[in-house]
Design a protein around this ligand. Structure first.
Ligand SMILES: *[C@@H]1O[C@H](CO)[C@@H](O)[C@H](O)[C@H]1NC(C)=O
Ligand SMILES: *[C@@H]1O[C@H](CO)[C@@H](O)[C@H](O)[C@H]1NC(C)=O
Length: 360
C-alpha cells in the first residue's frame, strides 16, 4: 500500500526518469553480452575455397582406428580403453600440470563428479604433460591406476602447448570417436557440466560444425620480434587473428575435432594456443559460436544462482572450488527465473567491482 501511494504520487516525468534509470542499469549490465551474443552467431559459410573443401573431405575420411597401436606411442599413458567405444555425449578433457594432484583431487570430488546428464553419459579425463623426474612419474602412474582418468603426453610436448592440444585431439579421434561433444578446459576452471549439457541437448540444428565458447574478436598477432610468440607478417599477413574461443573452456563437436586436427598440419608459426585452434577452425570453414555464459579468463564472483547459470568461471583454486561446491550442493535444486536474474546482476556487479579493485 505504501509503495503504491508513493508510486501514484509520481508525475509523468518522474516516472520516466525512474524507468530510464532502471533500463539504463540493465542495459549497461547486460547490453554488451546481448549484442555480442546476437552479432557473433556464425553465418553459414559457403565453401568456395578449394582448400577448405579439401580439409573437410580429409577430416570426414580420417580414420585412426587401424592405427591405434601406433598412435598410442605418443603418450606415456594412453588410456586407450577409457571410452571403450561407448557412446559418450560429452567428453571433458582437463589440461592439468602433472604436479597438481591437489587440484585434480578436488575437481574429481566436485564438478567432474557426474557420469550422466539428463540420462546421457558424460566423462571427464585429465590430460597431463610429461614429468621431470622418475619419482614424479611413479606418482602419476599410481594415480592413473587408482582413478583410470589420466592421459599423459610424452616428452615431445614438454615445451609446446600447441603440440599438446593436437595430441589431445588425436587421442579423441583414435580412442573416443563416438563422443558427440568434446569440452576442452583447464584445471583452474570451474565447469558447470549440467548447464553445458542441457544447452547442447537443446540445440535445434544438427550439432555439426560446433565450436562454442567465449569468442575473442579482433585480437592482434604478436609482432614483437623479441617475443617467443612472434608471428612474422610473412607467415601471417593479416592485421587481426581470426575470431577464436577463449582457451579456458570451449566445446567442439566430434566433426570439428577432426577438422581442426587435419587443418593443424598446415597452420604455421607460434600463435597462442587458443588462437591456433581458431585458425585451424577457420581453415576448415568452421565459425565460432559465442556464449557469454563462458566467463573466459574472468573469475566470476560467487553467487549460487549465478553459478547455476554460468558455463564456466576461471581462476578457481582448490579451496574456493570446494567451498563453492559445498554451497551449491547444500542449496540444491533449481533457481527461479527471477532469482537467476538477480543472481546474475549480483555476480556481475561484484565481478566488475573486483576488477576495479574496490572490493576485497
Ligand atoms: C606411426 O606414427 C608415426 C609418427 O606419429 C608416423 O610417422 C608413421 O607414419 C605411423 N605409422 C603408421 C603405420 O601409421
Ligand atoms: C594447482 O592449480 C591451481 C589452479 O590453477 C593453482 O591455484 C595452484 O597454485 C596449483 N598448484 C600447484 C602446486 O601447481
Amino acid at each position: 500500500m505504501i509503495f503504491r501511494c508513493f508510486l501514484c504520487k509520481l508525475r509523468t516525468h518522474q516516472w520516466c526518469f525512474l524507468l530510464f534509470n532502471v533500463l539504463l542499469f540493465h542495459a549497461l549490465l547486460f547490453g554488451a553480452d546481448f549484442v555480442e551474443e546476437y552479432l557473433l552467431q556464425p553465418t553459414p559459410v559457403v565453401y568456395t575455397d578449394g582448400a577448405v573443401v579439401r580439409v573437410r573431405e580429409k577430416a570426414r575420411k580420417l580414420d585412426l582406428s587401424a592405427a591405434k597401436e601406433n598412435v598410442s606411442k605418443a603418450y606415456h599413458i594412453s588410456n586407450a580403453e577409457a571410452c571403450r567405444n561407448s557412446d559418450i555425449f560429452l567428453l571433458t578433457l582437463v589440461f592439468s600440470s602433472a604436479a597438481n594432484l591437489t587440484q585434480r583431487e578436488v575437481i574429481r570430488k566436485t564438478w567432474a563428479n557426474s557420469v550422466v546428464i539428463q540420462g546421457f553419459p558424460v566423462k571427464t579425463l585429465f590430460f597431463l604433460g610429461p614429468t621431470q623426474t622418475s619419482d614424479a612419474q611413479e606418482d602419476i602412474m599410481r594415480e592413473s591406476e587408482h582413478y583410470g582418468d589420466i592421459i599423459q603426453a610424452d616428452k615431445s610436448t614438454l615445451q609446446d602447448p600447441k603440440e599438446r592440444t593436437v595430441l589431445a585431439l588425436r587421442w579423441v579421434i583414435a580412442f573416443c570417436p563416438l563422443s558427440r561433444f568434446i569440452l576442452l578446459t583447464k584445471e583452474s576452471v570451474f565447469v558447470n557440466l549440467p548447464a553445458i549439457g542441457s544447452y547442447l541437448l537443446g540445440l535445434h540444428r544438427h550439432p555439426e560444425d560446433l565450436y562454442l565458447g567465449r569468442v575473442i574478436q579482433k585480437d592482434s598477432p604478436d609482432r614483437n620480434p623479441n617475443s617467443p610468440g612472434f608471428l612474422p607478417p610473412t607467415l601471417y599477413p593479416n592485421k587481426f587473428l581470426p575470431e577464436y574461443c577463449d582457451g579456458t573452456a570451449y566445446v567442439l563437436s566430434q566433426d570439428v575435432v577432426r577438422k581442426v586436427y587435419v587443418a593443424s598440419a598446415a597452420v604455421p608459426g607460434p600463435v597462442p594456443i587458443d588462437a591456433f585452434v581458431g585458425l585451424c577452425a577457420q581453415k576448415s570453414g568452421v565459425a565460432p559460436t559465442h556464449s557469454a555464459r563462458f566467463s573466459g579468463e574472468k573469475h566470476v564472483y560467487y553467487n549460487a544462482c549465478c553459478y547455476r547459470y554460468l558455463f564456466s568461471s576461471a581462476g578457481m583454486g582448490s579451496h574456493e572450488l570446494e567451498k563453492v561446491w559445498k554451497d551449491l550442493e547444500q542449496k540444491g535444486g533449481q533457481c527461479s527465473l527471477l532469482k537467476t536474474y538477480y543472481g546474475l546482476v549480483n555476480c556481475k556487479v561484484h565481478t566488475y567491482l573486483d576488477k576495479l579493485g574496490l572490493f576485497n
